[in-house]
Design a protein around this ligand. Structure first.
Ligand SMILES: [Zn+2]
Length: 179
């Protein structure tokens, strides 16, 4: 995955050196139809600048890319009459990243379309949970936010597994409204 900008297929798409089916472009962001996509209409949305992984993308460009990914998702809903989308980042090789240029996948979804992005829930022991929580919170302390976004202190709560039934799940009810 250690590709340089020169050998990066995405950068070549950005620079029009290889043909592609562009669906959206501005100064920062480009969206392209994936010809080998998971479903018809599968798009990938990326910053035009070359960043191998998400951690390297400046906040402003990241906001732009995710904002456009959201708009593309809406366009997919409206134009392709799908029932859902997955907005998906493969970040790092173990996560399935195959091209060293950060991108956001927008995958149109229909019921029983055979795409498997699901995982089996793992039951962590209380010890594992508290270790992970401690380590993560320690690191998260270092996140810097703009002064106007005041960080809040999070008190520790005992996590109970919670299952949301279809009936009272707001998102499910929203999805049902879409024809
Ligand atoms: Zn690139």
């Amino acid at each position: 995955m250690a590709q340089s900008r020169e050998s990066c297929i995405i950068c070549q798409i950005v620079e029009n050196k290889v043909p592609s089916l562009k669906v959206y472009e501005d100064d920062i962001t480009l969206a392209v139809l994936d010809i080998n996509g998971a479903n018809p209409g599968h798009c990938f949305v990326m910053p035009k600048n070359h960043y191998p992984i998400i951690e390297q993308v400046p906040d402003e460009e990241l906001a732009s890319v995710f904002g456009i990914a959201n708009k593309i998702s809406s366009a997919i809903f409206d134009s392709l009459k799908v029932q859902g989308t997955n907005i998906f980042v493969a970040n790092g090789i173990p996560a399935g990243q195959t091209v060293a240029h950060f991108m956001v996948n927008v995958i149109p979804r229909k019921e029983n379309d055979g795409i498997n992005l699901q995982w089996k829930p793992k039951q962590l022991s209380e010890e594992e949970m508290s270790t992970v929580e401690l380590k993560l919170k320690e690191q998260v302390e270092n996140i810097e936010v703009k002064p106007e976004k005041k960080k809040r202190q999070i008190s520790s709560q005992k996590a109970e597994p919670k299952f949301i039934s279809d009936e009272d799940d707001f998102f499910m009810s929203q999805m049902r409204r879409i024809p």
